[in-house]
Design a binder for this molecule. Structure first.
Ligand SMILES: [Mg+2]
Length: 312
């Protein structure tokens, strides 16, 4: 996780809904973190209990397999697939569920503890797909905003080791220090500041810096629009417009004049994501960023953003 930026909506992709709760412990209007956590109960149950969730993840990985097979049939050289990790190939819903009945929000300390326990299970369909690609002439890279530097006591690459261990333990092949690219690797200096966007890690896969080979990225798979391209700082209207504008990329790669534009393949995540920060307009409360908003203010804007029908 990057430090919470003062830039409007500059939330890193990984940051859950509940991260927002960590900054304020007020109970304005009777709403505290615990009340916000309660609102996630159905979403977490949907991920953990519903057949529909599994149907959608299988559907996504079936489309991904079809995409890969199509790329192979078109003789695309060195095809690579890039997957996000959290809520794309690993299921962290127990961490989210654990916040219920507490007044805790997402906190980097507890999140890193969860990562280090290496207990996440695989998202349905992910292992079969990744291993199919790796076995059939392709390569899968895991690009995640798990952040080594976020651990205050970070002395080693223990988060990367734990992530690799967890991925291996649930059955993923091709998992190593070159294919697992966490936040902080392949950054770019922009205006003197280190930029940690995923796009530089995608570039590293393409230009040979990741593992020495130059790959053609044919698909990006993720639960957050930021896994596909840069939508940080956009509100939900802008995010929806962005998706509408790029509708032809969902589930299909394009080749134009020999240049491959990768397919975007989405995994459902109703528990957290930048779609949540996209709800908020902190300026209404004279705040700089959603992270400055109180639970009461966030609750108010969650409610006000609903399209409601009240009957007659
Ligand atoms: Mg994710």
């Amino acid at each position: 996780m990057s430090k919470l930026s003062t830039k409007f909506f500059a939330a890193p992709a990984l940051l859950p809904v509940l991260l927002l709760s960590q900054l304020q412990q007020d109970t304005q209007g009777g709403i505290g973190n615990q009340q916000l956590n309660e609102q996630s109960m159905l979403a977490v149950n949907w991920v953990q209990q519903s057949g529909e969730y599994r149907a959608l993840t299988y559907q996504a990985f079936n489309i991904a397999k079809l995409t890969f097979d199509t790329a192979k049939s078109k003789n695309i050289t060195c095809p690579a697939i890039i997957v996000d990790i959290d809520e794309t190939v690993l299921d962290n819903s127990p961490y989210q569920a654990g916040l219920l009945d507490t007044n805790n929000g997402f906190e980097i300390i507890t999140w890193n503890q969860w990562i280090k326990e290496e207990k996440a299970k695989a998202v349905p369909g992910a292992v079969e797909f990744v291993n199919y690609v790796n076995k059939n002439g392709g390569k899968v890279f895991f690009i995640s905003n798990r952040d080594e530097k976020s651990a205050k006591d970070a002395k080693s690459n223990d988060l990367e080791i734990a992530t690799i261990n967890n991925l291996k333990s649930v059955g993923f092949t091709g998992v190593n220090g070159q294919t697992v690219l966490l936040k902080g690797e392949f950054t770019k200096k922009i205006d003197g500041k280190e930029n940690t966007s995923k796009q530089w890690r995608v570039e590293a896969v393409k230009n040979g810096n990741a593992d020495g080979k130059r790959y053609t990225v044919i698909a990006l798979i993720g639960d957050n629009l930021n896994d596909f391209d840069e939508t940080i700082g956009k509100n939900n209207q802008q995010r929806r417009d962005h998706v509408d504008k790029n509708r032809s990329f969902y589930g299909m790669f394009n080749i134009t004049k020999g240049i491959v534009k990768p397919a975007y393949i989405a995994i459902p995540n109703p528990m957290y994501g930048n779609w949540e920060t996209g709800i908020y307009n902190p300026l209404i409360f004279k705040k700089q960023s959603p992270f400055d908003m109180t639970p009461g203010e966030r609750n108010q804007q969650r409610r006000e953003s609903l399209n409601q029908w009240f009957g007659k």
